[in-house]
Design a protein around this ligand. Structure first.
Ligand code: GDP
Ligand code: GDP
Length: 449
C-alpha cells in the first residue's frame, strides 16, 4: 500500500528541507524566507521499504488573497485529513511558538496519527528535542533535515503507523480492517466518577479482572484488557480501555470527585469507539456533554450508555427525554445510540456490543464515488446551492477521501461562499442516504473552477 504522509509545521521549521531529503533530490525551492514555495505538492517516494506519497503544505502560507490564517488553516486541515500519518515539524532551535501550539491543537482535534518531529537538532540529538514534549503529542523524533540525522528514527516512527496487514484503502469494503480478526476493536469506557464504569467493565468481562480496590498494583496507565465478544455473525476481539481504575487510584490520594481529564482524553485518543457512561438519574450534566463532545470532535464513534436504569421509575418517559436530549445536545452525532442499561443488575448490557460494532462499521464506512455523485446530483437538484452575487455556486464532484471517520471532499466553485447551513445539508444527506449514523462525518471543500 501507499502510505499518505503529510508534512506540516509553521513557516521556516524546515518542511521543504525535509521534503527534499526524503524525496532524495532538490524538488522544491528552499530559502530562508518563510513560505517561498507556492503549491501543495505530492510526490511518490520510497523511504526504506515504505511506499510513501508525500503531501507537503509548505506553500500554503504564501497565499496572497483572502484571510491568510484561514487559508493556511484550511489547507493544513485538508492535508491532515487526507494523510494516513502527519509529520508535525517544530524547530528545536527557535523553540515553540503560539503558532506551534495552534497546530498541535488542530492535530489533537483531528485525532489522526501524528509523528512529532523536532528539527534542527544536529549534534544534539534527543536533548535538542526536549521542549517538544510539552506539546502533548507524544515523544518527539529528533532529526536534522539539513544534515540527514535521525532518519532511521523517523523511519521507525512512520513505520509504526503502517497497518500490519498492509491494508490498502483503495480496495473494497471486504478488505477493511474490521474484517481482520486479529486486530482488536479499540473501545474506551469513559464517564464521570460514579457513573458506573467499573461495574460495567467488570460485568462485561464477566470476572473481576479490572481492579476495583484502592491498592493491588493499580498501574499508572489507563487499564486495558483484551477480550473477545461473540457477535451473531462473528466473534470480535476487543481491546477495552477503562479510565475507572485510575480514578480509584486518585481516590487513595484524596481527590475523590476529580475526574482526570488527561486520562479521559488519552483513552478517547486511543479508542475507535467511545462508550460514554452517564448516570440516568442525573443525565447529561456538563461533564457528560464535554466528554461526548470531545469524543465526537476527535472523530471517534460514540455510544451513550444511560446506566442505573433500574433506578428509573417512569421508564418510557425518561427514555424519550434522554433520546431527545442527546439529539439536541450533541448535534455533530445526531443519531447517537442511547443504550439503557443497569450495569448493577446486568439488564440491557447485552445491547452494548451490538451497538459498538455497528458504530464501528459506520466509522469504517466507504461509499462508492459513483453512488456519491448520483446522490450529489439529486441532492443539489432538490435543494440547489445558493446564488452569490447573481451566480449560482456549483458543486461539481464529491469523493470520499478517508475513513475512520468517513471524510469527504467536494469540489466546489467559489467554495468560500458556500454557507455552513448548506454544508450541514450535505453532511446530513450523506448521513441519511448511506446510513452512516452515529459517527462524525467530515466534509471538506476543494476550490475548483
Ligand atoms: P519551511 O518553511 O518549513 O519549508 O522551511 P525550509 O525547509 O525552507 O527551511 C527554513 C530554513 O531552515 C532554511 O534556511 C533551512 O536551510 C533551515 N533548516 C532546515 N532544516 C534544518 C536543520 O536540520 N538544521 C538547521 N540548522 N537548519 C535547517
Ligand atoms: P465509576 O466511578 O464510574 O467506575 O462507578 P462505579 O462502577 O464504581 O459505580 C459507582 C456506584 O454506582 C457504585 O456504588 C455502584 O454500585 C453503583 N452502580 C453502578 N451501576 C449501577 C446500576 O446500574 N444501578 C445502580 N442502582 N447502581 C449502580
Amino acid at each position: 500500500m501507499v502510505l499518505k504522509v503529510a508534512i506540516i509545521g509553521r513557516p521556516n521549521v524546515g518542511k521543504s528541507t525535509l521534503f527534499n531529503r526524503l524525496a532524495g533530490k532538490k524538488l522544491a525551492l528552499v530559502d530562508d524566507q518563510p513560505g517561498v514555495t507556492r503549491d501543495r505538492r505530492e510526490y511518490d517516494i520510497k523511504f526504506g521499504d515504505l511506499d510513501i506519497r508525500l503531501i507537503d503544505t509548505a506553500g500554503l502560507e504564501n497565499a496572497s488573497d483572502g484571510s491568510l490564517q484561514a487559508r493556511m488553516r484550511e489547507g493544513t486541515e485538508k492535508a491532515i485529513a487526507l494523510a494516513d500519518v502527519t509529520l508535525f515539524l517544530v524547530d528545536a532551535r527557535s523553540g515553540l511558538t503560539s503558532h506551534d501550539e495552534e497546530l498541535a491543537e488542530m492535530l489533537r482535534r483531528a485525532g489522526r496519527p501524528v509523528v512529532l518531529v523536532a528539527n534542527k537538532t544536529e549534534g544534539r540529538g534527543e536533548a535538542g528535542a526536549y521542549e517538544a514534549y510539552n506539546l502533548g503529542l507524544g515523544d518527539p523524533v529528533a532529526i536534522s533535515a539539513e544534515h540527514g540525522e535521525g532518519m532511521a528514527d523517523l523511519y521507525q516512527a512512520i513505520r509504526a503507523h503502517v497497518p500490519e496487514d498492509g491494508m490498502d484503502d483503495e480496495e473494497d469494503a471486504e478488505t477493511l480492517e474490521w474484517d481482520d480478526p486479529l486486530k482488536p476493536l479499540r473501545l474506551a469506557i469513559v464517564g464521570r466518577p460514579n457513573a458506573g464504569k467499573s461495574t460495567l467493565v467488570n460485568r462485561l468481562l464477566d470476572e473481576d479482572r479490572v481492579l476495583t480496590g484502592p491498592e493491588a498494583g493499580i498501574t499508572r496507565d489507563t487499564i486495558s484488557v483484551e477480550w473477545s465478544w461473540e457477535g451473531s455473525e462473528r466473534s470480535w476481539p476487543v481491546k477495552l480501555f477503562d479510565t475507572a481504575g485510575l480514578r480509584k487510584r486518585a481516590k487513595v490520594q484524596d481527590r475523590l470527585e476529580k475526574m482526570s481529564t488527561g486520562d479521559t482524553i488519552r483513552a478517547i485518543q486511543f479508542a475507535e469507539v467511545v462508550a460514554v457512561i452517564i448516570d440516568a438519574t442525573m443525565p447529561f450534566e456538563k461533564q457528560d456533554l464535554q466528554i461526548a463532545d470531545l469524543a465526537a470532535r476527535e472523530g471517534r464513534g460514540v455510544v451513550i450508555v444511560a446506566n442505573k436504569w433500574d433506578l428509573i421509575e417512569d421508564k418510557d418517559e425518561t427514555a424519550k427525554a434522554l433520546r431527545e436530549a442527546a439529539a439536541r445536545l450533541l448535534p455533530q452525532i445526531p443519531n447517537v445510540p442511547v443504550i439503557l442499561m443497569s450495569a448493577l443488575t446486568g439488564r440491557g448490557i447485552d445491547r452494548l456490543m451490538p451497538w459498538v460494532t455497528r458504530v464501528y462499521r459506520d466509522w469504517n464506512a466507504k461509499v462508492k464515488t459513483s453512488d456519491l455523485n448520483k446522490w450529489l446530483e439529486a441532492a443539489t437538484q432538490k435543494h440547489p446551492p445558493p446564488a452569490v452575487g447573481g451566480r449560482r455556486i456549483k458543486i461539481r464532484y464529491i469523493t470520499q477521501v478517508n475513513t475512520r471517520p468517513p471524510t469527504f471532499m467536494a469540489h466546489c466553485q467559489r467554495a468560500d461562499h458556500l454557507p455552513d447551513s448548506y454544508k450541514r445539508y450535505l453532511v446530513n444527506g450523506i448521513r441519511e442516504s448511506f446510513s452512516i449514523e452515529a459517527v462524525p462525518i467530515r466534509l471538506f471543500l476543494r476550490k475548483g473552477t
